[in-house]
Design a protein around this ligand. Sequence first.
Ligand SMILES: O=C(O)CCC(=O)C(=O)O
Length: 283
Amino acid sequence: MTDTYRDYVDCTPLLDDREALDRFYDEHGYLYLRGALDRGIVRTAAEQMLEGLVALGHAAPGTTLDTLTIDSFEAVDEVAMHDYVKYDDLWNHPSTLKVWEQAFGEPVFVFRSTTIRYYPSAAGREEPSFLTPLHQDGFYIGPNKDFRTAWIPLLPTSNGIGGVALADGSHKKGPREHVLTENFRRFGHPVRGIPAEEFEADGPLLFSPMEPGDVLLFHAWMCHKSVPNVSVDPAGMRMSMDTRVQPATSHRGFNALTPWPESAKDPSKGVMSKITGTPATAE
Ligand SMILES: O=C(O)CCC(=O)C(=O)O
Protein backbone atom coordinates (compact mmCIF):
# COMPACT_ATOMS: atom_id res chain seq x y z
CA MET A 1 0.00 0.00 0.00
CA THR A 2 1.31 3.42 -0.90
CA ASP A 3 1.78 5.98 1.81
CA THR A 4 0.40 8.87 -0.21
CA TYR A 5 -2.78 9.85 1.51
CA ARG A 6 -5.78 12.04 0.81
CA ASP A 7 -7.04 14.20 3.69
CA TYR A 8 -9.97 13.32 5.90
CA VAL A 9 -12.85 15.72 5.29
CA ASP A 10 -13.68 17.92 8.28
CA CYS A 11 -17.33 17.22 9.15
CA THR A 12 -17.55 19.70 12.03
CA PRO A 13 -19.59 22.16 9.93
CA LEU A 14 -22.21 19.40 9.47
CA LEU A 15 -22.67 18.76 13.20
CA ASP A 16 -25.86 20.81 13.40
CA ASP A 17 -27.33 19.39 10.21
CA ARG A 18 -28.66 15.91 11.02
CA GLU A 19 -29.42 14.94 7.46
CA ALA A 20 -26.11 16.13 5.99
CA LEU A 21 -24.15 14.46 8.79
CA ASP A 22 -25.90 11.11 8.29
CA ARG A 23 -25.54 11.39 4.51
CA PHE A 24 -21.78 11.94 4.84
CA TYR A 25 -21.41 9.04 7.29
CA ASP A 26 -23.47 6.66 5.15
CA GLU A 27 -21.46 7.54 2.06
CA HIS A 28 -17.95 7.71 3.52
CA GLY A 29 -18.15 5.56 6.67
CA TYR A 30 -16.48 8.11 8.95
CA LEU A 31 -16.83 11.50 10.59
CA TYR A 32 -13.80 13.67 11.25
CA LEU A 33 -14.68 16.27 13.88
CA ARG A 34 -12.03 18.94 14.40
CA GLY A 35 -11.71 20.48 17.85
CA ALA A 36 -14.98 18.83 18.95
CA LEU A 37 -13.69 17.56 22.32
CA ASP A 38 -12.63 19.68 25.28
CA ARG A 39 -8.87 20.15 24.87
CA GLY A 40 -8.32 20.47 28.62
CA ILE A 41 -9.84 17.04 29.21
CA VAL A 42 -7.78 15.51 26.41
CA ARG A 43 -4.65 17.14 27.84
CA THR A 44 -5.39 15.61 31.23
CA ALA A 45 -5.46 12.14 29.63
CA ALA A 46 -2.12 12.88 27.91
CA GLU A 47 -0.62 13.94 31.24
CA GLN A 48 -1.94 10.77 32.90
CA MET A 49 -0.30 8.69 30.18
CA LEU A 50 2.98 10.55 30.78
CA GLU A 51 2.59 10.03 34.54
CA GLY A 52 2.18 6.28 33.96
CA LEU A 53 5.27 6.09 31.75
CA VAL A 54 7.32 7.95 34.38
CA ALA A 55 5.93 5.90 37.29
CA LEU A 56 6.68 2.63 35.48
CA GLY A 57 10.25 3.78 34.83
CA HIS A 58 10.11 4.40 31.06
CA ALA A 59 10.73 8.15 31.28
CA ALA A 60 12.73 10.18 33.77
CA PRO A 61 10.92 12.17 36.47
CA GLY A 62 10.51 15.75 35.22
CA THR A 63 9.92 14.64 31.62
CA THR A 64 7.23 16.76 29.96
CA LEU A 65 4.91 15.94 27.07
CA ASP A 66 7.19 18.10 24.89
CA THR A 67 10.32 16.11 25.73
CA LEU A 68 8.86 12.62 26.17
CA THR A 69 10.30 9.63 24.34
CA ILE A 70 10.43 6.01 25.45
CA ASP A 71 12.61 3.17 24.20
CA SER A 72 9.88 0.73 23.31
CA PHE A 73 6.10 0.31 23.45
CA GLU A 74 6.42 -3.41 24.09
CA ALA A 75 8.64 -2.95 27.15
CA VAL A 76 5.83 -1.08 28.94
CA ASP A 77 3.34 -3.06 31.07
CA GLU A 78 0.18 -2.24 29.15
CA VAL A 79 -2.14 -3.54 31.87
CA ALA A 80 -0.40 -1.39 34.51
CA MET A 81 -0.71 1.67 32.24
CA HIS A 82 -4.49 1.35 32.33
CA ASP A 83 -4.44 2.31 36.03
CA TYR A 84 -3.02 5.70 35.16
CA VAL A 85 -5.14 6.85 32.21
CA LYS A 86 -8.66 7.67 33.42
CA TYR A 87 -10.14 7.44 29.95
CA ASP A 88 -13.67 6.66 31.10
CA ASP A 89 -13.78 10.17 32.58
CA LEU A 90 -12.93 11.55 29.14
CA TRP A 91 -15.21 9.30 27.08
CA ASN A 92 -18.17 9.86 29.42
CA HIS A 93 -17.63 13.52 30.27
CA PRO A 94 -20.88 15.41 29.61
CA SER A 95 -19.17 17.53 26.93
CA THR A 96 -17.88 14.39 25.18
CA LEU A 97 -21.22 12.58 25.43
CA LYS A 98 -22.82 15.57 23.77
CA VAL A 99 -20.52 15.10 20.77
CA TRP A 100 -21.27 11.35 20.52
CA GLU A 101 -24.98 12.04 20.75
CA GLN A 102 -24.78 14.71 18.07
CA ALA A 103 -22.91 12.28 15.83
CA PHE A 104 -25.32 9.38 16.44
CA GLY A 105 -28.50 11.43 16.76
CA GLU A 106 -29.47 9.38 19.84
CA PRO A 107 -28.22 8.46 23.33
CA VAL A 108 -25.11 6.28 23.33
CA PHE A 109 -23.18 3.73 25.36
CA VAL A 110 -19.37 3.97 25.41
CA PHE A 111 -17.49 0.65 25.49
CA ARG A 112 -15.60 -0.08 28.69
CA SER A 113 -12.76 -1.48 26.56
CA THR A 114 -10.27 1.17 25.44
CA THR A 115 -6.91 0.73 23.69
CA ILE A 116 -4.19 3.15 24.78
CA ARG A 117 -1.25 3.75 22.45
CA TYR A 118 2.15 5.32 23.25
CA TYR A 119 4.37 4.62 20.28
CA PRO A 120 7.92 5.99 20.03
CA SER A 121 9.51 6.61 16.64
CA ALA A 122 10.56 3.49 14.75
CA ALA A 123 12.33 5.50 12.03
CA GLY A 124 14.91 3.43 10.20
CA ARG A 125 13.70 0.22 11.81
CA GLU A 126 11.31 -2.45 10.65
CA GLU A 127 7.62 -1.57 10.94
CA PRO A 128 6.62 -2.44 14.52
CA SER A 129 4.62 -5.67 14.58
CA PHE A 130 2.16 -4.39 17.24
CA LEU A 131 0.66 -1.95 14.74
CA THR A 132 -2.55 -2.98 13.02
CA PRO A 133 -2.72 -4.32 9.45
CA LEU A 134 -5.62 -3.31 7.22
CA HIS A 135 -8.72 -4.64 9.00
CA GLN A 136 -12.30 -3.97 10.03
CA ASP A 137 -13.14 -3.64 13.73
CA GLY A 138 -16.41 -5.46 12.99
CA PHE A 139 -14.34 -8.58 12.24
CA TYR A 140 -12.86 -8.48 15.75
CA ILE A 141 -15.70 -6.99 17.78
CA GLY A 142 -19.34 -7.95 18.10
CA PRO A 143 -21.80 -9.47 18.13
CA ASN A 144 -23.67 -6.31 17.08
CA LYS A 145 -22.01 -4.21 14.38
CA ASP A 146 -23.73 -0.87 14.99
CA PHE A 147 -20.83 0.52 17.00
CA ARG A 148 -18.49 3.19 15.71
CA THR A 149 -14.79 3.32 16.58
CA ALA A 150 -13.79 6.60 18.26
CA TRP A 151 -10.11 7.43 17.72
CA ILE A 152 -8.45 10.46 19.33
CA PRO A 153 -4.89 11.81 19.42
CA LEU A 154 -3.57 12.90 22.83
CA LEU A 155 -0.66 14.73 21.19
CA PRO A 156 -0.60 16.30 17.70
CA THR A 157 -0.12 13.78 14.91
CA SER A 158 1.47 14.24 11.49
CA ASN A 159 2.48 12.02 8.58
CA GLY A 160 5.69 11.29 10.48
CA ILE A 161 4.07 10.64 13.88
CA GLY A 162 1.44 8.39 12.29
CA GLY A 163 -2.04 7.43 13.41
CA VAL A 164 -4.84 5.66 11.59
CA ALA A 165 -5.53 5.60 7.84
CA LEU A 166 -9.06 4.99 6.52
CA ALA A 167 -10.35 3.62 3.23
CA ASP A 168 -13.03 6.11 2.24
CA GLY A 169 -16.40 4.39 1.68
CA SER A 170 -14.95 0.88 2.18
CA HIS A 171 -17.66 0.04 4.77
CA LYS A 172 -20.22 -0.15 1.99
CA LYS A 173 -19.01 -3.57 0.84
CA GLY A 174 -19.64 -5.04 4.32
CA PRO A 175 -17.45 -7.68 5.97
CA ARG A 176 -14.24 -8.73 4.19
CA GLU A 177 -12.10 -11.77 4.42
CA HIS A 178 -9.32 -11.49 7.03
CA VAL A 179 -6.27 -13.76 6.81
CA LEU A 180 -3.34 -14.36 9.15
CA THR A 181 -0.50 -11.88 8.73
CA GLU A 182 2.95 -12.84 9.96
CA ASN A 183 4.24 -9.24 10.12
CA PHE A 184 1.64 -8.05 12.59
CA ARG A 185 1.37 -9.70 15.99
CA ARG A 186 -0.42 -8.99 19.26
CA PHE A 187 0.42 -10.80 22.50
CA GLY A 188 2.72 -13.02 20.42
CA HIS A 189 -0.07 -14.13 18.05
CA PRO A 190 -0.16 -13.30 14.35
CA VAL A 191 -3.30 -11.20 13.81
CA ARG A 192 -5.65 -11.26 10.84
CA GLY A 193 -5.83 -8.54 8.24
CA ILE A 194 -7.41 -7.89 4.84
CA PRO A 195 -5.20 -9.22 2.01
CA ALA A 196 -3.98 -6.62 -0.48
CA GLU A 197 -5.73 -8.42 -3.39
CA GLU A 198 -9.05 -7.97 -1.59
CA PHE A 199 -8.42 -4.31 -1.37
CA GLU A 200 -6.89 -3.11 -4.62
CA ALA A 201 -9.92 -1.16 -5.82
CA ASP A 202 -10.42 0.71 -2.55
CA GLY A 203 -7.37 3.00 -2.26
CA PRO A 204 -6.01 5.62 -1.79
CA LEU A 205 -6.29 5.81 1.96
CA LEU A 206 -7.20 8.91 3.94
CA PHE A 207 -4.95 10.36 6.61
CA SER A 208 -4.53 13.89 7.97
CA PRO A 209 -2.53 15.41 10.81
CA MET A 210 -4.73 15.70 13.90
CA GLU A 211 -4.70 17.89 17.00
CA PRO A 212 -5.79 17.02 20.54
CA GLY A 213 -9.54 17.73 20.65
CA ASP A 214 -10.08 16.22 17.19
CA VAL A 215 -11.92 12.92 16.88
CA LEU A 216 -12.48 10.33 14.18
CA LEU A 217 -15.59 8.16 14.36
CA PHE A 218 -15.76 5.30 11.91
CA HIS A 219 -17.99 2.41 10.87
CA ALA A 220 -17.51 -1.20 12.07
CA TRP A 221 -16.88 -2.22 8.43
CA MET A 222 -14.48 0.65 7.67
CA CYS A 223 -11.18 -0.81 6.41
CA HIS A 224 -8.36 0.93 8.27
CA LYS A 225 -4.78 0.43 9.45
CA SER A 226 -2.05 1.96 11.56
CA VAL A 227 0.27 4.57 10.10
CA PRO A 228 3.68 3.96 11.79
CA ASN A 229 5.60 6.58 13.74
CA VAL A 230 8.70 7.31 11.63
CA SER A 231 9.25 10.86 12.92
CA VAL A 232 12.80 12.28 12.93
CA ASP A 233 14.26 15.67 13.91
CA PRO A 234 12.35 15.83 16.11
CA ALA A 235 11.37 12.24 16.80
CA GLY A 236 8.08 12.53 18.68
CA MET A 237 5.70 10.21 20.47
CA ARG A 238 2.42 9.06 19.00
CA MET A 239 -0.07 9.06 21.86
CA SER A 240 -3.66 8.17 21.08
CA MET A 241 -6.62 6.18 22.39
CA ASP A 242 -9.50 4.41 20.78
CA THR A 243 -12.74 2.97 22.03
CA ARG A 244 -16.10 2.05 20.51
CA VAL A 245 -19.43 3.84 20.94
CA GLN A 246 -22.86 2.41 20.11
CA PRO A 247 -26.52 3.35 20.47
CA ALA A 248 -27.54 3.06 24.14
CA THR A 249 -30.37 0.73 23.23
CA SER A 250 -28.18 -1.80 21.37
CA HIS A 251 -27.06 -5.15 22.72
CA ARG A 252 -23.89 -4.88 24.84
CA GLY A 253 -21.37 -7.56 23.96
CA PHE A 254 -18.30 -8.73 25.88
CA ASN A 255 -15.99 -5.96 24.63
CA ALA A 256 -18.65 -3.35 25.29
CA LEU A 257 -18.87 -4.38 28.94
CA THR A 258 -15.35 -5.50 29.83
CA PRO A 259 -12.45 -3.15 30.60
CA TRP A 260 -9.41 -3.78 28.38
CA PRO A 261 -7.10 -5.16 31.15
CA GLU A 262 -9.64 -7.91 31.81
CA SER A 263 -10.64 -8.61 28.23
CA ALA A 264 -6.98 -8.95 27.21
CA LYS A 265 -6.54 -11.91 29.57
CA ASP A 266 -9.13 -14.34 28.25
CA PRO A 267 -8.46 -16.01 24.88
CA SER A 268 -11.99 -17.39 24.57
CA LYS A 269 -13.75 -14.04 24.89
CA GLY A 270 -14.23 -10.97 22.75
CA VAL A 271 -11.43 -9.63 20.58
CA MET A 272 -8.87 -12.05 22.08
CA SER A 273 -10.70 -15.08 20.67
CA LYS A 274 -10.27 -13.58 17.20
CA ILE A 275 -6.60 -12.82 17.83
CA THR A 276 -5.78 -16.25 19.24
CA GLY A 277 -8.12 -18.23 16.98
CA THR A 278 -9.82 -19.74 20.08
CA PRO A 279 -13.54 -20.57 19.70
CA ALA A 280 -15.48 -17.77 21.38
CA THR A 281 -17.42 -18.43 24.57
CA ALA A 282 -18.53 -14.79 24.68
CA GLU A 283 -18.63 -12.16 21.99
O1 LIG B 1 -4.15 3.53 16.21
C1 LIG B 1 -3.76 2.64 15.46
O2 LIG B 1 -2.57 2.49 15.17
C2 LIG B 1 -4.73 1.67 14.85
C3 LIG B 1 -6.11 1.86 15.34
C4 LIG B 1 -6.98 0.71 15.00
O3 LIG B 1 -6.65 -0.17 14.24
C5 LIG B 1 -8.30 0.65 15.59
O4 LIG B 1 -8.69 1.60 16.32
O5 LIG B 1 -9.00 -0.37 15.36
